[in-house]
Design a protein around this ligand. Sequence first.
Ligand SMILES: [Ca+2]
Ligand SMILES: [Ca+2]
Length: 120
Amino acid sequence: MSFLGDEFADDPEVTASDSAVHDVAYATPGEDHDDPGNHLWMHTDGRVWDLGPAELDTDDDGVSDSLTRNGPDGITVYTDSDRDGQVDKITNVDAQGVFSSRALDPDSGIWVPTDSGRLG
Ligand SMILES: [Ca+2]
Ligand SMILES: [Ca+2]
């Protein structure tokens, strides 16, 4: 913690808010990667993608777990369902209302289609 203390020594407010974020992050056991606060991340093809902080609470437990991205194929929702920060569910909804979901198999690291259909 000493290097964090030095880095934020000039601004006590930043130090306080930074430790609050890390208290939450470190409350999850079994993860030792360099997790930047409550950002969601995922890895594909050996690269880790930092998607930014979670924006949505999809299961209404008071903890933000998902974020959305608009792209050429519609809206994509990235969800971390077990709060370890790693995205484990992706749902894409295209402009026609057709959706498809994939879930990450934690053992194989393969994205498995779980659901698809049409909204409305
Ligand atoms: Ca939640
Ligand atoms: Ca997860």
